[in-house]
Design a protein around this ligand. Structure first.
Ligand SMILES: [Zn+2]
Length: 115
């Protein structure tokens, strides 16, 4: 991978931050069942890192939280997921925001049964 030399330090921070973001989402997923409020605060922490270091979120993380109210999305609990004409329509049950995403099959929501 080629990295511009003068931004090396920032890139190292970015990599660390990206790892932390993924870790925070893992923690959020683990803890959501028992302490959903804590899961939301992990999402907010991850979002702060993301904006601070201008990170790109991996595709699988983009559909794990609401970009408006930053709450953790658990399909059927904190968000509603529907497939509509080949697209995933996610409705945040906290703020009501509707997000349309391309349908990614098994790489999208893990709980899509069948296929
Ligand atoms: Zn929301």
């Amino acid at each position: 991978m080629n990295m511009p030399r003068r931004r090396k330090q920032t890139n190292e921070f970015k990599e660390l931050a990206a790892e932390r973001v993924e870790r925070l989402f893992e923690l959020a997923e683990d803890i959501f069942k028992t302490r959903p409020i804590l899961a939301d605060s992990y999402v907010r922490a991850a979002w702060r890192l993301k904006t601070k270091y201008n990170l790109r979120l991996p595709k699988n993380l983009k559909r794990k939280f609401c970009r408006k109210c930053l709450s953790f999305w658990r399909p059927g609990v904190s968000c509603r997921v529907r497939i509509q004409s080949g697209r995933v329509v996610v409705t945040c049950l906290k703020c009501g925001r509707i997000t349309r995403l391309p349908y990614l099959g098994k790489h999208g929501f893990k709980n899509t049964k069948g296929t």
